[in-house]
Design a protein around this ligand. Structure first.
Ligand SMILES: Cc1ncc(COP(=O)(O)O)c(C=O)c1O
Length: 480
């Protein structure tokens, strides 16, 4: 019986129920496509309340075990084969390198927001997944109720209620921050830019995970810095052995990391590894710039703690935004610069002076009254489901021997195809079919990842999306 299952005594009943159902799926008693008993029937069968069953089903849904089908019930989801190989970890780089302007980034971005193209390129969810109508109503009412906001400079570093709301959410995530240590920025992009400028000067070396979000590489390039790529495990993030070696052999001025669902690998560092990274940073006295834009998009129960939670001496500059969760277009982001607070404030002043208060207030009002947590739960479910469907389709249509990441959050997939595939060529072939992609070459300053591709899975699954994945797979197979 459920109540006697081997679970920690403190586990709530619904967690125990969810675990026992997971076991039934693992053992094959409940198979993919099977319908689970209705909530009422399950409650009777297991002698628990309806709300316990509902909570257990929601937990299983969030973890990707089951899916709700409208007016039909809960069904066991198809499982992904567990033997799909993951992408290989890159080799360390011998020495830092200037980035060198990549025309390719401009080429990908040129059509990245053109609705005529299937957008597998930019890491941006479909607009239908954002609460745009609600935000538009709040934005209109902010303007109507307080038009004077438009007539003033946004001279403060943060709109106080927004900063308090952001700080409160970090507290819940196990990372206590004061609202007074936050600087509101124009997106995470500005936060990263200010952080780099606060720490470095032209010619300095910055360590990055590899493969690396091309926005970091572009920013490093624009500031005249050098990049040192550090091998990163597709599941557990930046390699600590390689990081130690990089810090020991080079005069690294900052490390940019994405501990929670990196772009493009989707890796998530376990807590012990974050603690280990922090110890390394302290040992070599190096600051870190943490990009946390995907931290709220976890598929598991718990939001991962940011690296900043281990920061006892202000060396971690935490950067993030609402761009992946609420509205990319509002450009509301922030950073918690630790010991660099005053420098970042001054740089913010010279960069954009302030982030429009009307936009900060709109986000703040949404956070306080708009059901942000409910919205987050729903997009996390959607992204998880979409990633699952993309993964299955890639496995079916892409060349045999392809390796795939298995993100536990976010919405991007990293695909490593056999060595004979050139994703730059694939990118150009796909453009002729109105499909935009992000070829692997974008994610390194070296000639790496020629056979890799990052897929944006932030698009609701439709026949058109399915057809585009198939086309991409066919184009790739033709190269072999
Ligand atoms: C890792 C990462 N950081 C930052 C950004 C940009 O964030 P924002 O739109 O808030 O500037 C992106 C967008 O793709 C991203 O993937």
């Amino acid at each position: 019986m459920i109540k006697t299952l081997a679970a920690p005594a403190a586990a709530p009943l619904y967690v125990e129920l969810a675990r026992s159902l997971e076991q039934l799926v693992e053992q094959g008693t409940l198979r993919p496509g099977h319908r689970l008993p209705s909530v009422r029937r399950m409650a009777l069968q297991r002698d628990v309340s309806i709300s316990t069953v509902l909570q257990a089903y929601t937990l299983l849904e969030n973890r990707g075990w089951i899916e709700a089908r409208p007016q039909s019930g809960y069904y066991v989801r198809p499982r992904l084969p567990f033997d799909v190989p993951e992408p290989r970890m890159a080799r360390p780089m011998a020495k830092p390198s200037y980035v060198g302007v990549k025309d390719l980034t401009a080429e990908v971005l040129a059509v990245a927001f053109d609705p005529a193209y299937m957008q597998f390129g930019a890491a941006c969810p479909d607009a239908s997944l954002f609460p745009t109508k609600k935000l538009a109503r709040i934005l209109a009412s902010v303007g109507r109720n307080d038009p004077a906001l438009l007539g003033r400079y946004a001279m403060n570093w943060a709109y106080d209620p927004l900063a308090r709301e952001i700080a409160r959410r970090y507290l819940q995530a196990g990372c206590p921050l004061s609202h007074e240590e936050l600087v509101v920025t124009c997106g995470c992009t500005e936060a990263i830019n200010l952080a780099l400028r606060a720490i470095t000067k032209p010619g300095d070396t910055v360590a990055v995970e590899t493969p690396s979000y091309f926005g970091f590489l572009e920013t490093i390039e624009s500031l005249g810095l050098k990049a040192l790529e550090v091998p990163t495990d597709p599941r557990t993030g930046i390699c600590l052995v390689a990081t130690r070696e990089a810090l020991a052999k080079n005069d690294v001025k900052a490390v940019i990391v994405m501990p929670s669902f990196s772009n493009p690998l989707g890796s998530c560092m376990p807590d012990e590894k974050k603690a280990g990274l922090y110890r390394l940073l302290a040992e070599f006295d190096v600051p870190a710039i943490e990009d946390d834009v995907y931290g709220d998009l976890h598929f598991g129960e718990r939001r991962p703690k940011p690296l900043k939670a281990w920061d006892t001496d202000g060396r971690v500059i935490l950067c993030s935004s609402f761009g992946k969760t609420l509205a990319p277009s509002l450009r509301v982001g922030w950073c918690a610069p630790g010991r660099y607070l005053e420098r970042v404030r001054r740089l913010k002043f010279t960069n954009t002076l302030g982030t429009p208060v009307v936009l900060q207030k709109t986000v703040s009002d949404f956070l306080r009254n708009g059901g942000y947590d409910h919205h987050l739960r729903s997009i996390r479910r959607a992204y998880h489901h979409q990633l699952h469907l993309f993964t299955q389709a890639v496995l079916r249509h892409f060349p045999e021997g392809s390796r795939l990441s298995r993100p536990e959050g976010g919405f991007v997939l990293w695909v490593e195809m056999p060595a004979g595939v050139d994703t730059l060529r694939l990118h150009r072939d796909a453009l002729k079919h109105r499909i935009n992609t992000a070829p692997g070459a974008l994610f390194s300053v070296k000639d790496r990842y020629r056979n890799c591709l990052r897929m944006n899975c932030g698009l609701p699954w439709t026949d058109t999306v399915a057809a585009a994945v198939r086309t991409l797979g066919e184009l790739a197979r033709k190269q072999l």
